[in-house]
Ligand binder design. Structure first.
Ligand SMILES: O=P(O)(O)O[C@H]1O[C@H](CO)[C@@H](O)[C@H]1O
Ligand SMILES: O=c1cc[nH]c(=O)[nH]1
Length: 236
């Protein structure tokens, strides 16, 4: 049924079959205004902004999913289930858990481990590891290669908790689960894609390092975000 409680668009056709999703609504607006032609705003409920337009002649939607598994879970479920979206590519930021992954690197997520029961609740599978669509992920890797924009494939930790009691938990999470970076939404997006028989993948830019405590400057962050956005747009 549309509209949904969280998306006001009245027609399924207001959305493209591929939706690129940053976390931040203002980033969604900026990306749409910078890269898409003939843009139409398709959502403003709770300011979770979404825009549909064309990129190099192809219909494409850019919409934010907010922060955390519950928020991303709501928007991606409604896009897949109510608006017949076929694939979602998340473009976000992450913190590095290992010295070899440096700030400004772009990661392509291969697996996502969480401490939450979200995957079992939506798919029935008793697991804490969600995976992106293998074909879409391989296609993004190939596209990045063709653009000469390097990406590092990595398993990530999809956490519910940004501010933990023990900051150094990341060392154990890395050694026990092989996670090389942390973010907060992939599990919801990958599990929903599985639940609704759709596709999802995720590109991340490293915004900070838990190992070296480095943080990014806004200018450099913008440059590395641009690379990730261009890979996602060219893959869509
Ligand atoms: O850059 P975005 O997509 O917001 O992603 C990361 O940043 C937020 C935390 O600051 C979390 O949502 C995390 O996943
Ligand atoms: O979720 C996130 C995103 C960026 N950096 C972090 O430390 N955590």
């Amino acid at each position: 049924m549309i509209p949904t409680p969280h998306i006001e668009a009245k027609n399924k056709g207001d959305f493209a079959k591929t939706v690129i999703m940053p976390g931040d609504p203002l980033r969604a607006k900026l990306i749409a205004e910078t890269y898409l032609k003939d843009i139409k705003q398709v959502n403003s409920v709770r300011n979770m902004l979404g825009f549909t337009g064309t990129y190099k002649g192809k219909k494409l939607t850019i919409m934010a999913h907010g922060m955390g598994i519950p928020s991303a879970g709501i928007y991606t479920a409604e896009l897949f289930n109510n608006y017949d979206v076929d694939q979602i590519i998340r473009i976000g930021s992450c913190g590095s858990y290992v010295p070899e992954i440096k700030v400004y690197d772009v990661l392509l997520v291969t697996e996502s481990y969480c401490e939450s029961d979200y995957i079992e609740i939506v798919t029935g599978e008793k697991t804490r590891v969600a995976t992106p669509d293998a074909n879409l992920t391989a296609h993004i890797a190939k596209t990045a290669d063709s653009l000469s924009l390097p990406v590092t494939q990595a398993k990530v930790h999809c956490t519910d908790v940004f501010y933990r009691k023990n900051f150094d938990d990341y060392i154990k999470i890395h050694s026990e689960h092989g996670c090389k970076a942390v973010e907060m939404e992939t599990v919801a997006i990958f599990a929903n894609a599985k639940a609704y028989g759709k596709k999802a993948a995720c590109l991340l830019t490293v915004s900070d390092s838990l190992v070296t405590k480095e943080v990014t400057s806004s200018q450099e962050r913008q440059n590395s975000f641009t690379k990730m956005i261009e890979i996602a747009l060219a893959s869509a």
